[in-house]
Design a protein around this ligand. Structure first.
Ligand SMILES: Cc1ncc(C[n+]2csc(CCOP(=O)(O)OP(=O)(O)O)c2C)c(N)n1
Ligand code: SF4
Length: 299
């Protein structure tokens, strides 16, 4: 968990596989990389066994590029499609039982603080909507109420994708799925509102077809979680298999869904705004200059 873990042991460089050498020499560790540079550096996630065209994979890839310090980051996941890609990345990954990711992340994040003190070690949970809003719900909510300092990302494909199409709490009312043939009878859960009520310092909704926006929300969420409190990102990451979206229409679908019902939204607490401004130089949260006073008699 430092730049040392990606360095060569002396004398071993020439025996290491090319992939590994590329990662050490051209990877993002210890450098600032951005989604606008994709293709010009070695990414931590390049291969995965997920379905062709899966939007979740694109989102995970963008998120990992956006991690502010990938060499000091641990991801935590659970059963579901996302872990198939997350576990392939050159970033330590912790995988627990289905739904226990926020409990695991709570302990991990506290342990890292005890062990490393002030040196930031970022813990990022990435789990499906079933793992987050259904089976993991209690642990997710309580980690937020306790203001655990890590980021929770819901990979919201609005279905249990990995097990062949059961409805989740995040499925839309009326949606008919392979294993919900009568259509879902209840509303989609409002996890964004719940995150705010539970006291998250940063909450955002995003779709993956705007890489710069994904980058921006991930960076803010991870930085805020270092000191201020829990942060939550809910990403629409369609399941093209269970919702029968042709692979060449996945991005078009994301755009339509963004326009219809998954608009970008961002909540930043006042404390988090102040922290981003003072600690990381974010200018967008500086107080706006007062409008000039109007002069009597002038239009
Ligand atoms: C305790 C437990 N129950 C059930 C399962 C089976 N299981 C594996 S993945 C999954 C559903 C995953 O759905 P979601 O969390 O929405 O992620 P997705 O696959 O859609 O990304 C289930 C029920 C399991 N692994 N462990
Ligand atoms: S089943 Fe759906 S969510 Fe899972 S990898 Fe395939 S397209 Fe992606």
């Amino acid at each position: 968990m430092s730049l040392d873990y990606v360095k060569f042991s002396s004398g071993f460089e020439k025996f290491m596989p090319k992939e590994y050498r590329d990662m050490v020499e051209h990877g993002p560790f210890g450098k600032k990389v951005s989604v606008s540079q994709m293709g010009s550096f070695k990414e931590v996630l390049e291969e995965h066994p997920m379905c062709a065209g899966c939007a979740m994979t694109l989102f995970i890839r963008l998120a990992m590029i956006a991690f502010p310090n990938p060499e000091d980051t641990i991801t935590v996941g659970t059963a579901g499609c996302g872990r198939l890609a997350i576990s392939q990345a050159a970033i330590p990954f912790v995988y627990g039982n289905y739904g226990d990711q926020n409990g695991v992340a709570s302990g991990l994040s506290r342990g890292l603080r005890l062990r490393f003190g002030d040196k930031p070690k970022d813990v990022v949970v990435m789990a499906g909507d079933g793992g987050t809003a259904d089976i993991g719900f209690q642990q997710v909510l309580h980690s937020w109420f306790r203001k655990e300092r890590f980021t929770t990302i819901m990979l919201d494909n609005e279905v249990y994708g990995n097990t062949g199409g059961q409805e989740s709490g995040m499925t839309n009312r009326g949606a008919v799925l392979k294993m919900a043939p009568l259509g879902k009878k209840f509303e989609k859960m409002d996890m964004v509102q719940m995150a705010k009520v539970a006291g998250c310092a940063y909450v955002a909704t995003v779709v993956p077809n705007n890489p710069r926006r994904v980058e921006s929300v991930i960076k803010k969420a991870v930085l805020i979680a270092r000191e201020v409190g829990s942060t939550y990102i809910q990403a629409y990451t369609s399941c093209n298999i269970e919702y029968a979206i042709p692979t060449d229409k996945v991005m078009e679908d994301a755009k339509t869904v963004e326009n219809d019902r998954y608009a970008f939204s961002e909540y930043v607490s006042d404390e988090a705004k102040q922290y981003l401004t003072e600690r990381y130089g974010y200018k967008e949260y500086l107080p706006k200059p007062a409008a000039p006073a109007s002069i009597p008699g002038k239009a």
